[in-house]
Design a protein around this ligand. Sequence first.
Ligand code: ZN
Length: 481
Amino acid sequence: MGINVVSEQSYTIGIYIRVSTEEQAKEGYSIPAQKERLTSFCASQGWNNYRFYIDEGVSAKDMNRPKLQLLLDDVKTGKINIILVYRLDRFTRKVKDLHKMLEMLERHSCSFKSATEPYDTTTAMGKLFITIVAALAEWETDNLSERIKMALEEKVSSGERVGNIPYPFDLDENEKLISNKKRTAVTLDMADKIEAGKSASQVAKFLTKTNDDKLEWHPTAVLRILKNPALCGDTQWQGKIFANTHLGIISRERWNKLQQILEDNSLHRNREVESIYLFQGKLICSQCGSILSVNRYVRKRSDGSEYQGVVYKCQVCWKQGRKMLTIGEYRFLDALYEYMRNVEIHHIELPEEKDEVSVFKEQLQQISKRREKYQRAWAADKMTDKEFDKLMDETREIMDELENKINQIQVPVPTLDIEEIKQIIFYFNENFHKLTDEERREFISRFIRKIKFKLIAQPPTRPDKYKKGKDLVVITEVLFY
Ligand SMILES: [Zn+2]
């Protein structure tokens, strides 16, 4: 109820499309393919008013792209209210650039949407989400690129359709998969619900109630649809995966994460119980490494009023006769804040390979020293030429082996720079406390795979008491999806 309320119809959408020279050859990334997908996305949202901004043959390594600049100028002058992309990496691959642009968009009340990823930058959750996803994607890009390149080489050459038509798709006149608008929307919603912590059977129940074809949905059908790599543009056939055979409906990164979530769900959770607990399935027992289970309890205060709480316990420790951990949920929440406030770079940055490299480098140094010693001994006539040659050959072999090992491991380790990590942490600390309980649970469910913690004994809370204080929960590691 206000004069400033703008109806959705009057929005002008700036559709930003980018292809790199390399990608132009690939199926699904062509400009017409992105254009088609984004136009139908607009139609599904009821947006009729859109303009295209197309950068052809440019990479997303910086913002120095003519049509991107034009788009941003149009945002500044209020001509564009929503930016729509096929996926985030069309817009940028640099977290720093993303921050700059998001800030700018916010100043000009422009929101940002991705057709294949659940970003809504108008909420605290959305901002947090996009920042972390972008950071992790940037970090992973270099790691993944080799594997993806190899998969690309196996691209189905004939382009002929094989197998069944996956649920969110239809066949076009050229026998290629194209997204079916309605079933794509249903599938994206399924993925979203799973990411937000719902189980396959909850999703199936929802679909049975809401679908108009009077079908009874089964959890296995939900799983079959979501596990199909066709969702991210690949074709699975006879146990092999052919990459980029058609335009997917979700990004590869999102599909990969979804698989991890589905796998974790099948291992660690009771599928029938709705997950309403923040850390369900995420906490690893500090005594035995099992996943903590969760219980709700109700207690009475001395005045008779009731209060509710949630505790995490280790059933395995209990069954095996160890001291059972019983820790209230709020203590983990405090610990998570504390962890994010003090998160150190090495938590995010250093892969284990680095240690390995340093071991080999150390060994290499030792060998070189030894060779110098042999040389000195030989020069001082303390060994024969024959002895010297033998020792030099032996050590040369070891050196070659070590150098090979180091070269193999030292695929350049992609790192987030400190500034970017600070940004993520800033966004987390800035936004997390603004989330509702439901959103927090969703956030943790989406991003956090496992949390490791330790307990630190505390002194009595009052000097005149002997009973020691509650152990302090300290999170030692957070594993992200
Ligand atoms: Zn345990």
